[in-house]
Design a protein around this ligand. Structure first.
Ligand code: NI
Ligand code: MN
Length: 229
């Protein structure tokens, strides 16, 4: 049973769950930090937190090329189907579904969501993935800090992916509160450094995580992979 993840820049990750490739929010084409091309990434499932262009990204092209299932909220799943994606699956907050090798539970996120053309994209989300060996990942998506993260923490989180960029999402300070609520073993920062407005000092953040929480910070360079022991 294996678990690894590679940061592709912004909130895009390529994870490998027990040999199955998955993608989170694969925004690559216009991503200044992109560590992979949309023509080379592989996926059996693409998980999407919300419809904003810096998350939806290259999902349609990747799903068409790879045949990956797109898992997102109902509105995005419907939109994907209309844009030629064959395998779509809609979920909404509170709902879990078993996708063969991984179970996904959809959660709330406090943010906004619209498609690149401005139309309504449903509510923004995060998700909790449980692997076959019982490992749990929480991908927060774009969100503010919210106290119900305590309830997500009660599920027992091994790895939390949290935005730290500020301005559009929680910043470093609020992420420390989030980490205390979530109590993950490992925490991975995302949604920072892409543009000047969300520039942050990740080593500064990591030092604070280490000294002020029980979590281990995992700061990746774009393209870098971390394997969970
Ligand atoms: Ni967003
Ligand atoms: Mn975003």
């Amino acid at each position: 049973m294996s678990l690894s993840f590679t940061w592709l820049g912004h909130s895009a990750f390529a994870a490998n769950i027990d040999g199955h490739p998955v993608l989170f929010d694969p925004f690559l084409s216009n991503n200044p930090l992109a560590a992979a091309s949309p023509t080379e990434v592989d996926a059996e499932i693409i998980f999407l937190s919300h419809a904003h262009g810096d998350h939806l990204g290259d999902t349609v092209a990747i799903a068409k090329r790879t045949g990956a299932r797109v898992v997102a909220n109902f509105e995005i799943a419907t939109w994907m189907g209309k844009h030629g994606v064959q395998d779509t699956h809609g979920q909404n907050p509170g709902g879990s579904y078993h996708h063969g090798f991984v179970t996904a539970k959809w959660t709330v996120a406090f943010h906004s969501s619209s498609f690149p053309d401005g139309t309504y994209g449903g509510e923004p989300n995060g998700f909790v993935l449980t692997t076959g060996s019982g490992r749990r990942l929480y991908f927060a998506g774009d969100t503010a800090l919210f106290s119900d993260m305590k309830l997500i923490g009660d599920m027992g989180i091994d790895v939390a992916f949290l935005p730290i960029g500020d301005n559009f999402t929680m910043g470093p300070e609020d992420s420390l509160h989030a980490i205390r609520f979530l109590r993950p073993k490992l925490v991975v920062p995302m949604h920072y450094m892409t543009w000047p407005v969300i520039d942050q000092d990740a080593s500064d953040w990591a030092n604070r995580v280490s000294s002020e929480t029980d979590a281990q910070p995992i700061v990746l360079d774009p393209g870098q992979t971390y394997s969970v022991e």
